[in-house]
Design a protein around this ligand. Structure first.
Ligand code: HAM
Length: 417
């Protein structure tokens, strides 16, 4: 039965088209070269992981509670599409014995993540992240290092105007007492909070601080600040991170309401926003320290810190700044004047030794083929006529100047090189 409607992509996912990919690759290449400059090595982990592992990033986390693609089948392990990479990278680090290596793990990963979020601009159900993780490093210098990498990457693609928001959310020693203070503050206000925050008050009070609902905003100013309630170790760490950033010339704003969506964070949390923008903008890159995650997954307690940047968002921002200029896929187009597929393929093969080359095999008339060559923006056209081709000769046309010369097929590589 023929369908009445053609089949389209699933909701919230998108195709990245050839015209967009040069910019996309620029963003990825800048990510890789920045990470390598700091001595980070690439790791690739599966997009599918045991659901149990993913659920360790926090049962109250939106990415798990509401947005997880989870596959449950009777008698089989329950799996999930990864909504983020950190849990999998930590698993891979221990499972493959990287923790036994004499060096510290400085890792980066580029790949797709999946969240069943409400689709909107900058928010997709499949999106790509550039992740940077240091596993086994407790020093605040690592926090500053990953922040510097995030900034270096964004600056590397000429996103210079950035706002870095920074906070510390303490750890398992000091946070519980702080959360009690936060609850004590909010309890008398409970009936004035919106529904979801009323529930969060007992289950995940930290999230009250990053609530965006207007009716809850006036209460934040009076709420106790987590950075005023850090234990000595966390306070010293927080102080060092700030001093290291200042020494590195990295400007930041202390945002006492920044707590991040994922539950595994301890101490440092941060987010990079495109600067100059007013109002609510999506973060380009965000991360923090996760000293408790390894133990949550059942591995030995091991500190870690990292971030992930959104490749889709960064690419979109760049495209808004500089509209895409079409780039020709090939430098050379072989244009047979007539039906000459054998000759055209042979000549294209010869040219391809030195330059990206395509051939126009279509039965269009010759002027139409020349117009297409103009439109494609190729540098050279190699024109084949039956009489010249019989002598293994072609006309080489410089498309910019219009100059043409007769060239033997075998001399094409030297002329085009
Ligand atoms: P996250 O804040 O959930 O953190 O995501 C990191 C970045 O991924 C965001 O800043 C954003 O640029 C991009 N992103 C997130 N969701 C979407 C979406 N639906 N569509 C497009 N882009 C999106 C994490 O994932 C942590 N694992 C980061 C980390 C690594 N923390 C420590 N190490």
């Amino acid at each position: 039965m023929p369908r009445t409607e053609p089949i389209k992509a699933a909701r919230g996912v998108r195709d990245i088209l050839p015209g967009e990919l040069p910019l996309w690759h620029q963003v990825e290449d800048a990510a890789e070269s920045t990470a390598r400059r700091y001595g980070y090595e690439e790791i690739v982990t599966p997009v599918i992981e045991p659901a149990e592992l993913i659920e360790r990033i926090g049962a109250d986390t939106d990415a798990v509670a509401k947005e997880l693609y989870r596959f449950e089948r009777p008698g089989m392990q329950t799996l999930a599409l990864r909504p983020e990479a950190t849990a999998g990278v930590v698993r891979a680090y221990f499972e493959n014995g990287l923790n036994q290596a004499p060096k510290l793990a400085r890792l980066y990963l580029i790949g797709p993540m999946f969240r069943h979020d409400r689709p909107q601009k900058g928010r997709y159900r499949q999106f790509f992240q550039f992740n940077v993780e240091v596993i086994g490093g407790a020093s605040p210098a690592f926090d500053a290092e990953v922040i510097e990498i995030a900034r270096g990457w964004l600056n590397g693609v000429r996103i210079e105007s950035l706002r870095l928001e920074l906070n510390s959310i303490g750890d398992h020693r000091c946070r519980p007492a702080y959360l009690e203070k936060l609850k004590d503050y909010y309890r008398p206000l409970k009936s004035q909070l919106h529904g979801e925050c009323q529930l969060r008050l007992e289950s995940n009070p930290l999230r009250l601080l990053d609530c965006k609902v207007p009716q809850d905003q006036p209460f934040k100013a009076g709420a106790p600040r987590v950075t005023d309630h850090l234990c000595d170790e966390c306070a010293a760490h927080w102080d060092s991170v700030q001093r290291l950033l200042t020494a590195a010339g990295i400007e930041y704003q202390h945002n006492p309401y920044l707590v991040r969506g994922l539950d595994y964070y301890t101490r440092t949390v941060f987010e990079f926003y495109p600067g100059g923008a007013t109002g609510q903008q999506d973060a380009l890159a965000s991360g923090g320290r996760y000293d408790g995650l390894a133990a949550e997954e059942g591995w030995p307690e091991t500190p870690g810190v990292g971030f992930a940047g959104g490749i889709d968002r960064v690419t979109e921002l760049l495209r808004e700044k500089t509209p895409l200029a079409p780039t020709p896929a090939a430098d050379v187009l072989v244009i047979p004047n007539g039906d000459m597929p054998m000759e055209a393929t042979e000549v294209a093969r010869i040219c391809r030794a030195v330059r990206p080359t395509a051939a126009d095999y279509e039965p269009r008339n010759f002027p139409a083929k020349m117009r297409l060559a103009e439109a494609l923006g190729v540098t050279w056209a190699v024109i084949l006529n039956p009489a010249q081709a019989a002598r293994r000769m072609a006309r080489l046309r410089d498309m910019a100047s219009g100059d043409e010369s007769e060239v033997a097929w075998d001399d094409l590589p030297s002329k085009l090189a």
